[in-house]
Design a protein around this ligand. Sequence first.
Ligand SMILES: [Zn+2]
Length: 219
Amino acid sequence: MHDDPAPSPSATAARRFPVRTAAGVCAVAVAVLALVAAWGMKARSEPAARAVETADRGLRGAATATATAEVAPESTDGGDIPPDRELTPFDTGYPAIDRLDKNLLKAVQKAARDARGDGIEFRVTSGWRSREHQQRLLDEGIQKYGSAKKARQFVNTPEKSTHVSGKAVDIGPTDADDWLIRNGADYGLCQVYNNEMWHFELLTSPGGHCPTPRTDAAG
Ligand SMILES: [Zn+2]
């Protein structure tokens, strides 16, 4: 503990003092030297102590920053969905929803209201993502699928991901995806990849025709 420092040289000198007296050393000279040394030590040690304290605070600050970085995946700042609750397209208090392209968000909200009339509830399983979040997903995908090539069929790079640009939203559960595949074009919303029934983008004007879905994110 830095709060419990080694005895100061002046304290050590003070303790030695009677011993030296007993040994016949000139007590007055030792006392004067000890006083001068103690005074000089005190004068020097105050700024030194402050410097140590400042450095220590700096270290503690760094430790806090490290801890924050380590818990980042649990934060929703990078567009992560909170683990303890499901988000709807109306949960704009979360960056995953709030940072979506405004036109995409409006279209998804309108579709969600109409789907609710059919007894279908939309959940946003992923929306806007930071570049770091997307890179993490790609890294996890490479771990999971064993190669970057295979992972890229499911996860785009931060440069290419439309989640990073806020122009894509993943919707669940399956009945909501079915509803949106059937009715999405009325809102301009289209399924983009055949292997991702949950991923939608604004690819046509309301009432228009969606382009044929691509095979996968790599295609
Ligand atoms: Zn997606």
